[in-house]
Design a binder for this molecule. Structure first.
Ligand code: ZN
Length: 471
């Protein structure tokens, strides 16, 4: 089942408020004052409106990064990570605003890409290191990413989306097949929270370029490298696939011209600057000779996940407790959570992540005037939304049941599987104060009978948290 059910999967506003109202974590962040009179001419870029605190940027980034690292083929090479941290932190010192606890990690992926999560969690593909002609070019990309963090673009977007009642915080962290690009593609839709955090507007791109240019300048790198590398990527993209970088960082118009203008405002290309370092040359050579990444285990391209373990494991969040097979991973953000075996997710061909084996739990926000809707009506709305994302899905049968002593509705749906063939979606819904809580067990039609007892066991194990008792 495609998870990209944007309208369906709403972050509960009540929940968001509670989260936002949470006292700031005791996290040592301080406002760094811009060096006074550093340069009166430089463009002042200001972070946009944000409903989250800087501490929450870190909290969000840390949570999403934990999910990301479970799914990404991390390079886990102390030498490369140490180099990236030395370079990255040196650059981050020059960034304006909040001093985030930056950390940099290399991903064992040849695609040319990098991404930054709120709070300063930066990921750099080995492909980027290998493609950069010199350290200044790598520093340019890092400076740009640091710009997104410092300007809090991720949580700014999330704030705007929240206010617009747009989808947020869905199945955070289910990051399919392992390349940063596919992760980003999936974050783009399947993981609305994350997509909001990572999909930048062209305005945000322009701001990150300006801040990146200033960072390069202030770090004594050739500031022209800010646009050189992007221009190079773009030129290479014209003859083939565009670099993955542009899937999450839309290329702003006149990029090079803006960078040139900013350099002029800063006083022109400095008389002395550095473009490269022996350390970069050494790291690039080292990375290049590392064994090629093993193709990521196909999340469904013909492969079957291993059978669900008989041993169960308890998962609990602030809303409920549920047991799931021990060999299934849980991915979650806020009240949304997905349980899936390795290989239980697939790309649906439209840039979204699709759950092909497993169960997702989430809340379907109902319109305000729907306060008095019935369980059956609300479920009907949810199914309509599911059909929008999964055309051709049909309702086979519906029956009442109980879920942790609450009145629930069980709906059996049949749809097209992203793996080819048909799949079954067993949907169990319960009305809550905020909307409709749903449990969707998904498996291909031909194996559903093997998964149904697992889903039944899981559903039978559900216990709602007392203070959060819904009915
Ligand atoms: Zn960007």
């Amino acid at each position: 089942m495609s998870i990209a059910i944007r309208e369906v999967l709403r972050f509960s506003v009540r929940r968001a408020r509670r989260w936002i109202g949470r006292p700031a974590a005791a996290c040592a962040l301080s406002m760094a004052l811009l060096p006074a009179l550093a340069n009166a001419q430089r463009t002042v870029v200001k972070p946009g409106w944000n409903m989250f605190s800087p501490e929450q940027d870190v909290e969000i980034g840390r949570s999403v990064s934990a999910n990301a690292e479970r799914q990404l083929p991390m390079l886990n090479d102390a030498r490369v990570d140490a180099y990236l941290n030395r370079l990255g932190r040196r650059l981050a010192e020059k960034a304006q605003g909040v001093r985030y606890p930056y950390q940099f990690k290399a991903v064992n992926d040849k695609a040319i890409n990098a991404f930054a999560l709120p709070g300063g969690f930066l990921y750099v593909n080995r492909g980027l290191i290998e493609a950069a002609d010199n350290e200044a070019q790598l520093a340019g990309v890092l400076g740009h990413e640091i710009g997104h963090v410092a300007l809090r673009h991720g949580t700014n977007q999330a704030s705007k989306a929240q206010v617009a009642q747009a989808p947020l915080a869905i199945l955070g962290g289910v990051l399919g097949s392992g390349s940063v690009g596919s992760v980003l593609a999936q974050l783009g839709a399947g993981f609305a929270a994350n997509s909001v955090l990572l999909k930048y507007s062209r305005d945000a791109e322009r701001q990150a370029d300006i801040l990146g240019t200033q960072i390069l300048y202030d770090s004594s790198y050739d500031p022209r490298a800010m646009s050189q590398f992007f221009e190079k990527l773009q030129a290479e993209g014209k003859s083939g696939r565009p670099a993955e970088f542009f899937s999450s960082h839309p290329n702003p118009e006149n990029r090079a011209k803006r960078v040139t203008e900013e350099i002029a405002k800063l006083g022109g290309v400095p008389a002395t600057y550095s473009s490269d370092s022996p350390e970069f040359v050494e790291i690039k050579r080292y990375v290049k000779q590392l064994p090629a990444p093993v193709a990521a285990a196909a999340g469904g391209a013909g492969g079957h996940p291993s059978a669900p373990s008989d041993q169960l494991q308890t998962f609990a969040n602030d809303r409920l407790k549920i047991e799931h097979p021990r060999n299934w991973l849980s991915y979650g953000q806020g009240s949304a959570v997905t349980f899936s075996p390795e290989g239980g997710l697939a790309a649906d061909g439209r840039g979204n992540s699709a759950l092909t084996y497993g169960m997702m739990i989430n809340e379907f926000g109902l319109a305000k005037d729907q306060g008095k809707t019935t369980l059956r009506n609300a479920t009907h709305q949810l199914i309509e939304e599911l059909r929008r994302a999964n055309p051709g899905m049909t309702l086979m049968r519906q029956e009442n049941r109980r879920l942790s002593e609450e009145r629930a509705l069980s709906s059996h749906l049949s749809g097209k599987s992203p793996l080819g063939g048909r799949e079954r979606v067993w949907l169990v819904t319960v009305l809550t104060n905020d909307g409709l809580l749903y449990f969707a067990g998904v498996a291909p039609e031909e194996t559903f009978s093997a998964y149904e007892p697992v889903f039944t066991k899981m559903l039978d194990s559900v216990r709602f948290s007392e203070p959060d008792r819904r009915l």
